[in-house]
Design a protein around this ligand. Structure first.
Ligand code: ADP
Ligand code: MG
Length: 439
């Protein structure tokens, strides 16, 4: 403890963020029940085996070197149980993370933006279920923005294999969970079991690997597991919100290996796809909505499929409660918050992505420190657009551009304003981008 602050050491940066977001309230409550003087807690990163943090001095049970996640579990019995072997594959030797029964291939609506990803996922599922397991491409790397169906496709693969070839060992797991399990294995010195569990698998799917970014032992472990599985000709499927070359905090060799197989991009939805998805979902819900309302939703809710579903669910609930036909006005009223959120939807991430694409530079240059004009100018354009199109403050924008100072952002914004007056080509670039991003 330091003053009224409880300090908790965790072994990685990732865990610090994760524990801080998920467990800080619970930890504070627990700590306060032991010592009422604690008013706040903070987290420090101290690699396992490193010097003990100052927090240890005042702790009465200074037997354990660093406080790691399991402490956050309020139930002591659960912690003891977990100490034996981190269980990943269930008792039938089957699946790992929970699978959502709705996320099947049958329920996945295929359209232009996702047809490649869907075809690749289906191919992998079939090949994996074949009697002499085939590996069409390794790994299959699915990437795309939030809510566009990456997790859906992975669950669909798992269901398909589970049904067609129940003997196959399939692990589906979020990268977060993978890291958690790994750190726990280190903590309880069961790395060997951990490795064994992964290496005996036929199909390994890790969702949202952008969370593995950062120089961690987890990345190292993931890399070894990955190589071992590829060497044994086992299938791996990975998802992320960016392509391998744009993932941040990833070692170069990891990045290149991730790109070895098939990299399939899920593009943002089109109007047609949104309408088909709405029709399919409404159908399954037994909900009949006027065509006008369906079209309205497909036009207005453009961010991702999850929000589209949210809108439909809300209208469905309303229709059940109030047995009256929905009008467009009703729908608009019921969905006001969703509609508004979709209006000013554009994020700095998206601006950076579009601008990088437009100027044909790597997305990483948006946050890099390179000052060559070929990258500095597009970066300034992105800053300018972030200022114009989002509600973010200059310091917030600076942070998104590799932790730059707000004065740097201000300088960038002014520079572009100035250049637009004299440089026709640049003014056009900015105009095109603004239109593309601004809806
Ligand atoms: P991601 O993992 O890419 O963030 P999800 O797979 O979780 O996105 O998808 C979000 C929601 O949208 C899920 O409920 C999923 O079933 C649905 N969804 C996404 N794409 C489709 C699609 N093409 N057809 C049907 N449902 C979809
Ligand atoms: Mg997902």
């Amino acid at each position: 403890m330091a003053g009224d602050e409880g300090v908790i050491a965790v072994p990685t940066r990732f865990l610090r963020n994760w524990v801080a977001t998920h467990y800080s309230d619970r930890l504070l409550t627990l700590w306060r029940s032991e010592n009422a003087a604690v008013r706040r807690i903070s987290f420090v990163v101290a690699p396992a085996g490193a010097r003990q943090p100052p927090a240890q001095k005042d702790r009465d049970d200074s037997a354990s070197p660093t406080v790691t996640v399991p402490i956050a579990e309020p139930d002591a019995a659960a912690v003891v149980a977990e100490q034996s072997t981190p269980e990943i594959i269930d008792d039938k030797g089957q699946i790992s993370g929970p699978l959502d029964p709705r996320l099947t291939f049958a329920n996945f609506v295929v359209g232009k933006p996702n047809e490649l990803a869907h075809a690749a996922a289906y191919r992998v599922a079939e090949a994996c279920a074949a009697p002499n397991q085939l590996v069409p491409f390794n790994p299959l790397f699915l990437y795309g923005g939030v809510g566009l169906g990456k997790t859906h496709l992975m669950h669909a693969i798992a269901w398909h294999v589970r049904k067609a070839a129940p003997k196959r060992k399939v692990i589906y797991m979020s990268a977060e969970k993978f890291m958690y399990q790994f750190v726990r294995a280190i903590r309880f010195k069961s790395q060997i079991d951990f490795k064994e569990q992964f290496r005996s698998v036929d199909l390994l799917m890790i969702d949202d690997v952008q969370f593995i970014g950062g120089k961690d032992s987890t990345q190292e472990e993931f890399f070894h597991t990955f190589n071992a599985l590829v060497d044994q000709n086992r299938q791996i499927v990975i998802s992320a919100d960016k392509s391998p070359s744009d993932l941040e905090g990833l070692e170069e060799r990891m990045r290149s290996r991730l790109g070895w197989g098939l990299v399939a991009d899920i593009h943002p939805t089109t109007y047609e796809l949104r309408l088909s998805i709405l029709e399919a979902k409404a159908d399954r819900m037994g909900l009949r909505l006027p065509q006008k309302i369906m079209e309205f939703l497909a036009h207005k809710i453009t961010s991702n499929v999850r929000e589209l579903e949210g809108a439909l669910n809300r209208l469905g609930a309303h229709a059940q409660l109030v047995r009256r036909d929905l009008t467009l006005d009703n729908a608009q009223e019921l969905l006001r918050d969703l509609l508004r959120a979709n209006e000013r939807r554009v994020t700095i991430d998206e601006i950076q992505r579009r601008v990088a694409e437009h100027f044909n530079i790597k997305l990483l240059e948006m946050t890099s420190s390179r000052r060559a004009r070929v990258v500095a100018r597009p970066r300034q354009v992105a800053m300018y657009l972030a200022k114009q199109l989002t509600q973010r403050s200059l310091p917030e924008i600076g942070r998104k551009f590799g932790g730059r100072d707000h004065t740097t952002v201000m300088h960038g914004v002014r520079k572009i304003e100035e250049l637009m007056l004299s440089d026709r080509a640049l003014a056009e670039d900015v105009d095109v981008l603004q239109r593309m991003l601004g809806n």
